[in-house]
Design a protein around this ligand. Sequence first.
Ligand code: ADP
Length: 766
Amino acid sequence: MEPLLIPVQTVRTSGVGRSLAVMTSGGDAPGMNAALRAVVRTALSAGAQAFAIHEGYQGLIDGTDDDITPLTWESVSGILNRGGTAIGTFRSEAFRHRPGRLQAVANLVRRGINRLVVIGGDGSLKGLEELAQEWPGLLDELLDQGQIDSNQRQACDQLIYAGLVGSIDNDLWGTDQTIGADSALHRIQDAIDAITSTAASHQRTFVVEVMGRHCGYLALMSAISGGCDYVLIPERPPAAGWQQAMCEQLRRGREAGRKDSIVIVAEGATDQAGQPITAVAVRQAIEQGLDEDTRVTILGHVQRGGTPSAYDRWASTWLGYCAAAHVLTATGAEAAPVFGFQGYQVVKLPLSETITKTRQIPHLIEAGDYAAAIQLRGDEFAAALDFFDELSSPLAHVRELAPPPVLDNASVKVGPSRRRIGVLHSGGLAPGMNTAAKAVVRLGIARDFDMIGLEDGFPGLIDGRVRPLSWRDVDGWDQEGGATLGTRRYAPQIEDLYAIGRVVEETALDGLIIIGGWTAYQGAHLMLTESGRYPSLRLPVVCVPATIDNNLPATQMSIGADTALNVIVDVIDKIKMSATASARAFVAETMGRDCGYLALTGALAGGAEQVYLNETGLTLDQLRDDLAWANAAFAAGERDFFLFVRNENANANYTTDVLYHLLSEAGQGRYDARTMVIGHIQQGGSPTPADRILATELVEQALRTVADEWAQGRAGYYCVGVGSDRIQATELSQAWQQVDLNHQRPAQQWWLGLTELIATVGRTDH
Ligand code: ADP
């Protein structure tokens, strides 16, 4: 898929001389600033003018030169890492009424502006829809009143607009993610992880209330990523007597050895009679039902604040680019332009349908049609709700492992036994491997399989290091980085296959799930190609992508990459702070081997001026050009900081050290050169919510794929990943055809076109 909806060159050709205005409106959300910055810089780099409308629609109505101001490149400097919105937001009652909107149009048209980007929630988009619909009529009225002349009317005869959804609730139909939801999940997960440690020490139960008046997304996803026990959300109100059902589930969890219990309540949760279920009511129910010390934490506005996550920076930058590109190139008003994400691809959504469907959901809930409400929340939400129930299933808590199956002399199973699935890691460490292992064990047990851990990657498998895993064995793994089962960067060779086949046979495995990076795929592919010669290797095998490099085929994202990216962005933020005292040019080096994903998204999210990738290469001419640009910018006083992000394998000769020396020489005392090799901390740390959720979703698909193969009497090899249908399984043989073996990365990488964005939002010298 073409990643940039409109090519940069087209934007630059059409944008010259045009003007756009941008506003943030409604509730603020972390990442709005990234979108704002990208809108402004895309416009400026195209030779267009950009105006900020301060305080949302109210600023548009007030319309003074303080409310609508021209923006420069520097006006949006230094805001990428800040929560909230740099141009203010407001809830304007006046804009809900036609006279308010009339005034708003007058203020735009007098400035010759009819291109508008609105960043806000569904209320703000509704306002935009009304404005767009009424625009011609409002122009006529202004003309009649003599507030504008016919030339002004003609120059602005249509409103050309784009909407971006900023909302921490992730409540908009049609987009997988809204700006700010990922950051809110970070805040919630930090709180849950902190609570987990204290709850476990005292055998306490905690009730945590999270935001979401009509939408249970934050509650459900944080319950999954936090490994919680029970969740109450608006889309699935419980029937009368829910208190007993909840207490029963918590009690079984305790019996199975759970040291803490955490219940998540969305602020808008109700029962089926529409009565609110408050966190306090949940606490009372637990105290009465279980006689347990129970504490309530209401997270409130901390969920909205704080620095935006890496995702909310790079994805919002992309959205901002698309919005500005659209309004600068469109020749007429278009019916569709809300920009959102499906998977990791920007898509255009129809404005009216998006609002209508979003607003249907509370009505469906009120009418008791919960299934329809859940369906409108999207496939990811519906699937997550199902597997959260399994993950926290009290039946699975207490089930004992079945005795190993009895084998006859030919190692054929005799008599009934449960299906056994082996779980293995392979490759470098990726944060989220543990979450994936925990989720696959718990979901597998809930589905009545026996789950067998294979320790220390392929070398451990070859040596037969095998241990059954119970529900309790994996408790707490989800919050830990690392891989408790062990992982090795070793791909099996042909001569290893006999030993692997023997262990598979002796352990009586019916299926194998390999969670890892390149060597996982390479090893599985070798097993597949040689399975004709080794009958014991003819079993369903599924690879689950887990590598910080994000270099695997048939998936847009792998487990661990988001955590690594957040580490990189955190380091870059600190580098920037350290550089405030004196003029500096910094080179930050990221991992990724020959795959530039981390470097590029790190550069986008960190606000770098330039990025060097293996994929795009690095020449002496380019270096000379960049050094001249940096020197000129420092000399002109435009800059006191410059950031280059370099992938570790960008170029074998122009190393980070060489860049340092070149910059030191070029700086001539005007600025200092510094380097930062970010190194292995990128592989460590507690996995981010996105990585924990992705890990759970991918292993769930892996288990389903294995079970499908059994049902069909087949023994195929697959890999799971994020694709156009969100989570999907692809035959491994087909995926393997899509790789560039020399560089150990996919031949086509969806994100590579985003290098254009660096040139648009990072470069000042267009
Ligand atoms: P959010 O955009 O976060 O959903 P609100 O629902 O408060 O927040 O909407 C933000 C602003 O959008 C409102 O204060 C109002 O100015 C405008 N707005 C909302 N709904 C409408 C509407 N139906 N008609 C016109 N303007 C609206």
